[in-house]
Design a protein around this ligand. Structure first.
Ligand SMILES: NC(=O)c1ccc[n+]([C@@H]2O[C@H](COP(=O)([O-])OP(=O)(O)OC[C@H]3O[C@@H](n4cnc5c(N)ncnc54)[C@H](O)[C@@H]3O)[C@@H](O)[C@H]2O)c1
Length: 250
């Protein structure tokens, strides 16, 4: 579901959960035992902190940056959205670095980085591969990638989906965490967060009935996938090689 201003009210709570988890998991995967490089994200007096690069500057990125900042990591957030980078810089009081992303800038930032969190989203399309195999290799042995975008196909050339029961693998020497449903690990928090976001829409459906609720809220109508036994959503039909019927509420 997408509102006219482009925000996705039902994805946002899950992205907040996944962003916070990405930072926590990334920091813990750097530790031993395990294939991580054995580094404390925040460093200590006399030892510099770890370097984290977040690609994407949306809900996941903001939540991840907040947690990493709390750990005293050196954080760089990269995306193509300059206005959003300006907002983040302001929001975090200059305690994170921001950089406009293009392949060369990404290559420079991830070279030798300890942690990369990938959180790009192109609505309606597969995630772009912002990290090539060479860029992954350049991070060095024992570095960590948390590819949150894996539910949209993944944002590194080396990413493939994993599960909570077998969450990581090592490729090009770099630990990859690519769990497609990260919020599933914290169902108490995720259920409360998701139902808080969905409840107003459920109330609208209950109060006005399906047809009126759809006519009152175009975003709700656009998000409808099936009606009266027919598939009415184009992108879903495309995935399954089917034909979508017209949406009667648009
Ligand atoms: N694995 C999971 O469990 C899980 C959970 C929640 C969300 N997600 C996924 O995380 C991703 C991010 O979600 P979000 O809510 O933060 O999305 P969002 O729309 O808030 O942010 C996406 C960001 O990607 C940036 N972007 C797009 N193309 C880019 C490119 N080529 N280079 C650099 N930046 C680019 C945009 O500027 C934006 O800042 C989505 O793919 C979402 O499906 C996964």
């Amino acid at each position: 579901m997408r509102k006219p201003d482009g925000t996705m009210p039902l994805l946002a709570p899950m992205s907040q959960v996944a962003g916070r988890m990405a930072a926590e998991i990334g920091a813990s995967l750097l530790r031993h035992p395990g294939p991580g490089r054995g580094k404390l994200m925040g460093g200590v007096a006399g030892v510099p902190p770890g370097r984290a690069v977040i690609i994407g500057s949306g809900t996941v990125a903001t939540a991840a940056a907040r947690v990493l900042m709390g750990l005293d990591a050196r954080v760089t957030v990269m995306s193509r959205d300059l206005a959003r980078l300006a907002y983040l810089q302001e929001h975090f009081g200059g305690r994170i670095a921001t950089r406009v992303s293009n392949p060369q800038a990404v290559a420079e930032e991830v070279n030798g980085a300890d942690l990369a969190i990938l959180s790009v989203l192109v609505p309606g399309a597969a995630a772009p591969h912002v990290l090539s195999r060479e860029m992954v290799r350049s991070m060095g042995p024992g570095a960590v990638i948390v590819d949150v975008s894996i539910d949209q196909g993944g944002a590194a050339e080396t990413s493939r989906p994993t599960s909570h029961s077998d969450p990581i693998y090592v490729e090009e020497g770099v630990v990859h965490y690519c769990v497609t449903n990260m919020p599933g690990a914290v169902p108490q928090t995720s259920t409360q967060a998701l139902t808080s976001a969905t409840l107003p829409y459920i109330e609208a459906l209950a109060d006005f009935g399906i047809e009126d609720a759809m006519r009152r809220d175009r975003a709700l109508a656009e998000s409808l996938s099936t009606h009266a036994g027919r598939l009415i959503r184009g992108p879903v039909a495309d995935v399954f090689g089917m034909q979508a019927a017209p949406n009667p509420f648009l």
